[in-house]
Write a protein that binds this ligand. Structure first.
Ligand code: NAD
Length: 483
């Protein structure tokens, strides 16, 4: 299959009330293959009228959908999971071409996405809560867990299908109807998801509108939407929180990260360097949990840097369609320019580029895997999310300094600790101010455990039963017996 056929095999349209709609009155957006820089398709931008139609369809569909039992909703989600499984190869090729993700990585993602839907199918049926009981004599109290209504789900470009399912899974399982908007540059697998949902869900339960920030803003400001969930940039999150305050809708924000990675003097250095070389650069570093900020105890600093540089230099960067490729291009020219801007500005600081640091001399948005040492804690390379294949390594003189450096960023999404010492493990899992702490690992998430950040990484949790709660509202019913 050629790149063009893979992308263009999916006709990029809005999916509103079970009907395909190619309204492009508000314009269209080019879909570019990041490995070549060539435009391969165009996607329409939904006008506010189309957003309104989608919300109205979701409002109408909610009347019946809210009556479904958890078991019924579970069966819908299980059917979608089966369809995703059947389309694994096709979806992997689409995601790879649209995002520039190595095809083998995309192939690994798709079964996880189907599994996530199966998790939500099960979790919907076993929700827990406060026990029904008489908390006041003569009155029985119980809690009704109810859906919010119509929820707006806005997703980014780094894991388009995965992010869509992270959000539609709990939203639908909880009994909400959905207006989903993918990133304007990576809509392909989300449209494919709508194609698979078409024959499963009643019209209006899952609507997809394509478009950019203006489309997203129209979703956020719509008074009939009860909640918005965004994964994206911190600036976008702040705009959404402000706009949502006008209608007091619930907001869930999964924003950026700047994960500290603490390598202690008792760590297994070979293992650590090997694992981190992959966790730092996976998805070209375009991951909010990327192991981007390594802090190493001075006793093992030189040895670790040497091992890490050796491992990173062996990683294969290349064409995403080649199964040997481990890291592909960045997603867009804009993202490439953004990352190169960080590296350019770093030349005016004490930072020392030990590996990479350059755009690759080939078509597409490639940058060499970059390792930078001798940075200051206040440097923007340490403080800001680069969202590219750029890793800093800092030296620290003791455990206390490592903790101070780790927590000294505005973000609080994820972190990792590399040690064989149980006392260090327990201290740092308690004191690191991040929503995830991995010990001797980095990057893994599991459906059963919550994911979400502190501080400027946003609020609200994805994954786990907790995320079903995010998309639910609880009602206390108190029944007093009169005899
Ligand atoms: P973005 O926040 O602009 O886009 C994310 C989503 O929000 C897209 O669907 C976009 O169309 C939508 N959006 C944009 N403006 C909106 C608005 N005002 N109202 C409602 N929706 C709006 O992010 P981006 O421009 O694609 O990437 C910029 C930076 O964001 C990246 O460099 C990276 O640092 C960060 N980012 C983080 C994540 C993450 O997983 N945390 C994902 C993607 C990007």
């Amino acid at each position: 299959m050629t790149a063009e056929a893979t992308l263009q095999g999916v006709q990029l349209r809005h999916f509103v009330n079970g009907i395909w709609n190619n309204d492009d009155a508000a314009g269209s957006f080019p879909i570019i293959d990041p490995s070549t820089g060539v435009e391969v398709a165009r996607a329409p931008i939904a006008s506010p009228q189309v957003v309104n139609q989608a919300v109205e369809a979701a409002v109408a569909a909610f009347e019946d959908w809210r009556q479904t039992t958890p078991k019924e909703r579970a069966y819908y989600l299980l059917q979608l999971a089966d369809k995703i499984d059947q389309a694994t190869e096709k979806l992997a090729l689409m995601e790879s071409r649209n995002v520039g993700k190595p095809v083998n990585n995309a192939r690994e993602e798709i079964p996880l996405i189907a599994d996530l839907l199966r998790y939500y199918a099960g979790a919907a049926r076993v929700s827990e809560g406060v026990g029904t009981a008489e908390y006041e004599r003569g009155s029985t109290s119980l809690v009704l867990r109810q859906p919010i209504g119509v929820v707006g789900l806005i997703t980014p470009w780094n894991y388009p299908l995965l992010e869509a399912v992270w959000k539609i899974g709990p939203a639908l399982a909880a009994g909400n109807t959905v207006v989903l908007k993918p990133s304007e540059i990576t809509p392909v697998t989300t449209v494919a998801l709508a194609q698979m949902a078409e024959s499963i869900f009643p019209p209006g339960v899952l609507n997809v509108v394509l478009g950019d920030g203006t489309t997203g803003a129209a979703i956020v400001s719509h008074p009939a939407i009860g909640m918005v969930s965004l994964t994206g940039d911190g600036g976008t999150g702040k705009k959404i929180a402000k706009s949502a305050s006008d209608t007091l809708k619930r907001v869930h924000l999964e924003l950026g990260g700047k994960a500290p990675v603490l390598v202690f003097n008792d760590a297994n250095l070979d293992y650590t360097a090997e694992q981190l070389s992959l966790a730092a650069f996976a998805n070209s570093g375009q991951d909010c949990t990327a192991a981007s900020r390594i802090i190493v105890h001075e006793d093992v600093y030189d040895a670790f840097v040497e091992l890490f540089l050796d491992r990173v230099s062996k990683i294969v960067v290349g064409d995403p369609a080649d199964p040997e490729t481990q890291i592909g291009p960045l997603v867009s020219e804009r993202q490439l320019e953004r990352v190169l801007g960080f590296l350019e500005r770093a030349t005016t600081t004490s930072a020392r580029v030990r590996l990479g640091g350059k755009k690759l001399d080939r078509p597409g948005y490639y940058i060499s895997l970059t390792v930078v040492t001798d940075v200051d804690q206040s440097d923007e390379l340490v403080q800001k999310e680069v969202f590219g294949p750029v890793v800093t390594i800092q030296k620290a003189s003791c455990d206390d300094d490592m903790l101070t450096m780790a927590n000294d960023v505005p973000y609080g999404l994820s972190s990792s600790v590399w040690t064989t010492n149980i006392s260090r493990t327990t201290r740092f899992m308690r004191d690191l101010n991040f929503g995830t702490v991995w010990v001797n690992g980095h990057l893994s998430t599991v459906p059963e455990m919550p994911f979400g950040g502190f501080g400027e990484s946003g609020y609200g949790k994805e994954l786990s039963a907790q995320s079903i709660d995010e998309y639910s509202q609880l009602k206390h019913v108190m029944i007093t017996s009169i005899d």
